[in-house]
Ligand binder design. Structure first.
Ligand code: SF4
Length: 354
């Protein structure tokens, strides 16, 4: 159970060109006060009694808040951590806002996980995005956090100005080399009121298309799967604020973006496995229960695309003995097995090897 608190833009030294934290979180409020923190945690726990809470401070730059504010936010958690009502605490911050002293301060107050907004590990991309830090700062921050015993998450943003599929994949490879505990991937969107919106409107920036972002994120996710690096989110979470008319000016937003990406990977593998099945109209796919909807695709897009190639899949069977990476395609006379990890491969530009 995660109890989220949004500290939108608090602590940020400036505004990065793509960021409108208040649009993303739907909040433009002052920092939560200790009593509000205590009562919010208690109302979450009342709904799910007995389940310890993970408290998360999202948005903003936690470790650039004045120390008194960091103390104010973390102090109400101390008795709850001691009693076990709160099991862990996570914060979000920037790579250039981490020092050994700051990491020790967090550990002493029960913080267990730090998420770093990294976005890219290409210095040109970071400069044009007005991030105010360079790729080297990311390596330093990850090393300091890990040496302090903290779990580390990295957030990447493919599709920023001056980036490319090749640069976004190189950023991911560099991120994997840093051995974080998990990743989030948020393709760049053009939000109203940001500098990026100005670049888009004067024609000097073109965001990824939805199809392009899905294909690129499929290649990124595939690399993470092979590296056994968990990706805990792909694409921004749908919110009332993001859904307001005019909030997203352009870019690859979809409320179920991750499913599009997972479905795309399944489609690639099925195309490979179906080689030799063309013209047969009674094929069945067997897969883990969690993969049934990914194989069909949203509005059965995968099945329709395969039918367009002459491969008609009549049924999708769930089989608990298969892992989410393994599929079996069969009909009365033939059977093929496929594996997402070992049977498909992408090059360094995110293109599928065929
Ligand atoms: S540091 Fe993060 S929260 Fe702050 S402006 Fe930049 S992207 Fe937004």
């Amino acid at each position: 159970m995660i109890v989220p608190f949004f500290i939108s833009h608090y602590g940020c030294p400036h505004q990065c060109i793509f960021c409108d934290q208040r649009s993303i979180t739907g909040q433009s409020q002052p920092l939560p006060l200790p009593e509000e923190i205590r009562s919010t945690i208690s109302s979450y726990r009342a709904v799910s009694p007995g389940i310890p809470a993970e408290v998360a401070f999202f948005g903003g730059t936690f470790t650039m808040l004045p120390l008194a504010d960091q103390e104010m936010l973390l102090a109400p958690l101390q008795p709850l951590l001691a009693s076990g009502e709160v099991s862990s605490v996570r914060i979000s911050t920037r790579p250039d806002a981490i020092t050994p002293d700051q990491a020790a301060f967090l550990v002493a107050r029960g913080v267990t996980t730090v998420e770093l907004g990294v976005q890219s590990l290409d210095d040109h991309v970071l400069t044009i995005a007005e991030r105010g830090h360079c790729a080297k700062d990311v390596g330093y921050a990850v090393n300091v956090l890990r040496a302090s015993g903290l779990r580390v998450g990295i957030q990447l943003m493919p599709g920023l100005p001056l980036s490319s599929a090749g640069k976004d994949i190189a950023s991911l490879r560099a991120a994997i080399d840093l051995c974080p505990d998990f990743l989030r991937i948020y393709p760049a969107l053009v939000l109203a009121g940001t500098k990026l919106a100005g670049l888009y409107e004067n024609g000097s920036y073109q965001p990824l298309t939805l199809e392009g972002a899905v294909s690129l994120c499929a290649a990124l996710l595939h690399r993470c799967m092979k590296a056994e690096l968990p990706v805990i989110r792909i694409g921004l979470q749908a919110s009332d604020s993001l859904a307001e008319p005019g909030k997203i000016i352009a870019g690859p937003y979809h409320p179920a973006f991750r499913q599009l990406v997972e479905s795309k990977l399944c489609y690639y593998l099925l195309c490979l496995m179906a080689d030799g099945f063309a013209g047969r109209d009674k094929c069945t796919v067997r897969c883990a229960p969690s993969r049934v909807s990914d194989i069909a695709g949203q509005r059965r897009i995968n099945l329709e695309s395969l039918a367009g190639k002459g491969i008609v899949i009549e049924r999708i069977e769930s089989d608990r003995s298969l892992s989410p990476q393994e599929f079996v395609l069969y009909d009365a006379s033939d059977e093929r097995r496929g594996n997402l990890l070992t049977d498909i491969e992408f090059n360094n530009e995110g293109e599928l090897y065929v």
